[in-house]
Design a protein around this ligand. Structure first.
Ligand code: V0D
Length: 236
């Protein structure tokens, strides 16, 4: 069935291969300091950069980051255009380093809904890193899990019976290893329409640390805790 093989032997030791992070708390970080929200987002980008650099040293195969959700379109227009600006700036400033560090970029979500210039930059970044063999950074852009599952089920139905396996085979994450660990920063303990299907057997880790303050060391802590936990997948 659609269930991962249970880990063999005793307690833990298993190493997280695929970690996802809901990067929450940029706004709260700024508010605490009486700074504009945009500064919080800028700080958030710096934390992303540090995390991408740190992922390599942690032996992660895949780091999935929730950058822009389908719900983000409901934010004020000037904040959305700020985020679009940050995206473009991020690609221009960071693509070289990521490409040189053998990072493979992947997008989950419907990024084609963005404006033409953003789509072009994204597709350039995907192309440039497509044959890289190091850490995969999967970035959720205009991503919503219910939307992803609906799209996957539609494709599955076109080809035959809908089963958990055929749905899973059409998810945006179909080519990635199973999600091991899902982290959310900034104190909220919800999935907020992120990786609902993939989280079925994942460990969940919630921290009060705000995203701009979250470091590779925090990530390591969460991964170490994961290694210490025995996963049963509902069995015994
Ligand atoms: C940080 C604001 C575009 C929110 C936007 C590595 C978070 C800027 C990309 C991206 C990030 C573009 C092309 C591509 C993959 C990703 C991106 C990250 C962060 C995480 F192929 N903006 N952006 N990726 N931020």
């Amino acid at each position: 069935m659609n269930v991962p093989a249970p880990e063999t032997g005793g307690k833990g030791g298993a190493h997280a291969r695929h970690v996802a992070i809901i990067m929450d708390g940029n706004g709260r970080w700024a508010k605490k300091r009486h700074l504009p929200r945009a500064i919080g987002h800028q700080k958030g980008v710096e934390a992303v950069r540090a995390m991408v650099r740190g992922a390599k040293g942690l032996g992660l195969e895949v780091l999935t980051l929730y950058a822009f959700s389908t719900e983000n379109w409901r934010r004020p227009e000037d904040e959305i255009s700020d985020l679009m600006g940050l995206m473009k700036k991020f690609i221009v400033s960071d693509l070289d380093e990521m490409a040189e560090n053998n990072i493979r970029l992947k997008i989950i979500g419907d990024y084609k809904a963005f404006k033409g210039d953003v789509v072009e930059l994204i597709e350039g970044a995907l192309k440039r890193t497509a044959s890289n063999t190091g850490t995969t950074i999967a970035v959720a852009l205009n991503y919503g899990s219910m939307d992803e599952i609906a799209r996957a089920a539609t494709k599955a139905a076109e080809q035959g019976p809908i089963t958990p396996e055929t749905i899973a085979a059409h998810l945006d994450t179909a080519d990635l290893p199973p999600l091991d660990l899902l982290i959310r920063t900034s104190g909220e303990e919800r999935l907020s329409n992120f990786l609902l299907w993939q989280a079925a057997y994942a460990e969940l880790w919630f921290t009060d640390v705000l995203w701009p303050d979250f470091t590779a060391d925090h990530l390591k802590q969460a991964m170490d805790a994961f290694s210490g936990r025995e996963r049963r997948y509902g069995g015994r």
